[in-house]
Design a protein around this ligand. Structure first.
Ligand SMILES: Cc1cc2nc3c(=O)[nH]c(=O)nc-3n(C[C@H](O)[C@H](O)[C@H](O)COP(=O)(O)OP(=O)(O)OC[C@H]3O[C@@H](n4cnc5c(N)ncnc54)[C@H](O)[C@@H]3O)c2cc1C
Length: 251
């Protein structure tokens, strides 16, 4: 289509795998552990399995992929459960903030939750993908429209890539329906431009928010860690704000 695509690489790989949990449980919580060089995410599949997305540096990803499956699982459990390297001031401040929330009767952290322990990864399920950011300045031309990752590519840390693509399809479907209803050509720019405007209004702010989060979580500088930790605690405690973010992410 000859459209301009603004893009850059994160110099990171996303390692994926299907993981078997130690115990069958009510596996409905997604877990993320943030390190300055990447994020480990466990996404529930069913009561016994979760899907892994481990984003990390090129060098570390090569190391992880060269491990045997058992060594890989040991490394993963160690990285999920590691407690060393935490900043004392940040830890104490977040505890104090939690107490403050409890006094206001706002804390929703009723009990301490712990991530599941992984026992093995499904044979040959480990794979890796390069991670990058990209956005097409135009999504349409006469007779053609870009959807999904062809139009926009984001870091997987927020788990929003596929959702944005589903949103594109829903919107394009509606707009083509309108075009057909009005007796217009399906490829007419008059309608396709409306798709582009509507989706860019939705996609660009989401992409910028993800990029902001990626930068905020890409550092272990104590002030940044403190801001993001307290920010997350506040969002968790303020149910209306949490609900708003959840409904925006799912829309
Ligand atoms: C590691 C990782 C983890 C992710 N985790 C999440 C998550 O938790 N939640 C979420 O919402 N999103 C996630 N995403 C993003 C999500 O995977 C993508 O947004 C989504 O797959 C994009 O779908 P798509 O159909 O637009 O493109 P793709 O899935 O890239 O599909 C495009 C297809 O077209 C094929 N193709 C390319 N060129 C040609 C050609 N010339 N001819 C024929 N075929 C061609 C490709 O081989 C591919 O199969 C993740 C991405 C990565 C890399």
């Amino acid at each position: 289509m000859g459209v301009h695509f603004v893009s850059w690489n994160y110099d990171q790989m996303g390692i994926v795998a299907t993981l078997e949990l130690e115990e069958e449980c009510d596996n409905t919580v997604a877990w993320q552990r943030f390190y300055p060089d990447g994020t480990i995410a466990l996404l529930p599949l069913n009561n016994k399995f979760s899907s892994l997305v481990w984003s990390t540096t090129l060098h570390h990803s090569k190391e992880l992929l060269s491990l045997t499956e058992q060594e890989f699982i040991d490394k993963l459990n160690e990285s999920l459960w590691r407690t060393s390297g935490k900043n004392f001031i940040v830890e104490e401040s977040t505890k104090a903030f939690d107490q403050f929330m409890k006094v206001l009767n706002l804390s929703s952290t009723k009990e301490r939750q712990l991530p599941p322990k992984i026992i093995r990864c499904k044979e040959n399920s480990r794979a890796s993908f390069p991670l990058g950011f990209g956005h097409a300045t135009n999504y349409v031309m006469k007779g053609a429209a870009l959807v999904g990752d062809a139009a926009h590519r984001v870091h997987p840390m927020a788990g929003q890539g596929a959702n944005l693509g589903f949103g594109d399809i829903t919107c394009l479907n509606e707009i083509l329906g309108e075009a057909a209803y009005c007796g217009s050509e399906l490829g007419s720019l008059l309608y396709l431009k409306d798709y582009e405007t509507r989706r860019q209004r939705r996609n660009v702010p989401t992409m910028l928010a993800i990029e902001g989060l990626h930068r905020l979580y890409g550092t272990d500088s104590p002030p940044a860690v403190l801001v993001r930790s307290i920010g997350l605690q506040a969002v968790n405690a303020l149910q209306p704000l949490k609900g708003l973010i959840k409904s925006f992410a799912a829309s």
